[in-house]
Design a protein around this ligand. Structure first.
Ligand SMILES: Cc1cc2nc3c(=O)[nH]c(=O)nc-3n(C[C@H](O)[C@H](O)[C@H](O)COP(=O)(O)OP(=O)(O)OC[C@H]3O[C@@H](n4cnc5c(N)ncnc54)[C@H](O)[C@@H]3O)c2cc1C
Length: 453
């Protein structure tokens, strides 16, 4: 049997390869970069600071599933706040205690109305005041698009009830562990699902899986083309050589598929799908617990960043004793003034911004740490391609082509959801490969190259 080609050695590609290998299928993993991990990469410097590609938080259930529980430490505290007009509100209950926000939320609920876009969804769900002052500025900074041009589906991931949050918060206090709230959507969150973090960085979570599939990985091997014949995947081109394959499981961003896939126009519409580029600036300070919470949302359009994370509040071992590190998330476009700004200027911009919010921090500033950029941090759900997005979430439309993972599904997925969804997709792929009698890929119910579980 010809091998199944996996494109990308992040958590989705490694999980897919491991599961298909376990089921007895021949597999090759092509990774463009020189190392595995993709977005789940970690960095450590000589001074003893560790950081990920943007701050990452993971849970004990994922660590257990990946066989990495033994190298993880339990996180005792995790909290989020919103910094608004010089005040800090705990998220979500601090905001819910503000009489102004509560009045506005009740009025919006009573008023009702049509929900055609993300701005409508925020106003309807949170009330005009909270939507205008917090949710819409954050969504726009994060996506780079006006909220009325975003699909209402942006709200899907945020819609979890206040009562559930209250229960999870109470469970955190009682157990002395940072119980997860809003971090998993495929499996239920409860008091037994809490934040953990691997010694040495989030990348280490993938080590047990990577060890099992190591002989199948080809590093430094960008897939140049996926060859389709008669609307069915037949080969890959890697280093200029054509390799016959039985299926392709791709974790690359979907907007490159129209260029990558040769022999069909079925994916042309994906070229319009947009990802939001992001810059992560790490600054070091003396002291600890400098922010009011692990994560602080900044819905202030004047600030260059929309989120601050002091990961050592939750994971003290990420910085040397007596020091801390704050990560600034800056939404950007490739080539814009922030994207092209020299690193020292970016660091100054972030320092000036945070010192406006918390003036005492200037005297504690030590130095800039790593500054990272990615052109594909967040899939942006624009209304203009919402129907195509929904169709793509059901099927790629090309026989034997499966698009999985965060960028491959074009969905704002965290690692546990990537893991769970990937296993559902490899089970569907395996079932379709084994399906008699025609030898065609794709079961009749599921359709060609389906992503539906
Ligand atoms: C800012 C930020 C914060 C996050 N925070 C969290 C968090 O707190 N908790 C959490 O659980 N998750 C978090 N995530 C999400 C998490 O990082 C991703 O869900 C996960 O790492 C995605 O894995 P993946 O395998 O789908 O994709 P990736 O990790 O992107 O892997 C794709 C791989 O494909 C390779 N590739 C691409 N094109 C080709 C080609 N043509 N040929 C060969 N190889 C190719 C790439 O080099 C890459 O290695 C965060 C993400 C971001 C951006």
């Amino acid at each position: 049997m010809k091998p199944i080609a996996i494109i990308g050695a992040g958590i989705a590609g490694l999980t897919a390869a491991d599961d298909l290998r376990r089921r007895g299928f021949p597999v090759i993993i092509f990774e463009a970069g020189g190392s595995i991990g993709g977005m789940a990469s970690s960095f450590k410097d000589a001074e003893g600071f560790s950081y990920d590609f943007g701050a990452h938080f993971v849970n004990n259930r994922l660590a257990q599933a990946l066989g990495a529980a033994a190298i993880c430490r339990t996180v005792e505290y995790y909290g989020e706040s919103v910094h608004l007009c010089g005040r800090t509100y705990g998220y979500p209950f601090g905001l819910m205690r503000s009489p102004r926000f509560v009045r506005s939320a009740i009025t919006s609920r009573l008023r009702g109305g049509e929900v055609n876009n993300a701005a409508d969804w925020f106003r309807q769900s949170y009330g005009d005041a909270l939507a205008e002052e917090v949710a819409i500025p954050l969504a726009e900074a994060w996506s780079g698009a006006p909220a009325d041009q975003l699909s209402a589906a942006v709200g899907d991931k945020m819609a979890h009830g206040g009562l559930k949050s209250l229960y999870l918060k109470a469970a955190s206090r009682l157990t002395g562990r940072a119980v997860c709230n809003g971090y998993a959507h495929e499996l239920p969150e409860n008091a037994g699902v809490y934040h953990v973090y691997p010694e040495g960085g989030v990348a280490r979570l993938l080590e047990p899986t990577a060890l099992r599939v190591a002989p199948l990985i080809r590093l430094g091997s960008p897939v140049e083309s996926i060859v389709v014949d008669d609307e069915r995947v037949v080969a890959m081109v890697v280093h200029g050589k054509e390799i016959a394959v039985s299926a392709a499981v791709c974790t690359a961003p979907v907007h490159i598929l129209p260029k990558l896939v040769k022999g069909t126009r079925a994916l042309d519409h994906l070229a319009a799908f947009r990802y939001r580029p992001m810059i992560f600036v790490n600054l070091r300070f003396s002291g600890r617990n400098l922010l009011p919470d692990t994560m602080v949302w900044v819905p202030d359009r004047k600030m260059p960043f929309f989120r601050l994370t002091e990961a050592p509040i939750s994971m003290p071992w990420l910085a040397p004793e007596g020091k801390t590190q704050i990560t600034f998330d800056i939404g950007a476009e490739v080539g814009d003034p922030h994207w092209t700004m020299p690193e020292d200027k970016l660091a100054d911009l972030c320092l000036d911004g945070i010192c406006e919010m918390f003036p005492g921090l200037r005297g504690k500033y030590l130095s800039a740490g790593g500054i990272l950029r990615t052109p594909v941090a967040y899939p942006v759900y624009l209304r203009q391609y919402e129907s195509h997005r929904q169709a793509f979430s059901r099927s790629t439309g090309v026989q034997g082509l499966y698009s999985i993972g965060r960028n491959g599904e074009f969905a704002h997925l965290l690692m546990e959801d990537v893991y769970v969804r990937t296993l559902k997709r490899t089970a569907a792929l395996a079932a379709s490969m084994e399906a008699p009698p025609s030898g065609e890929f794709g079961s009749p119910q599921a359709g060609p190259g389906t992503m539906a579980a």
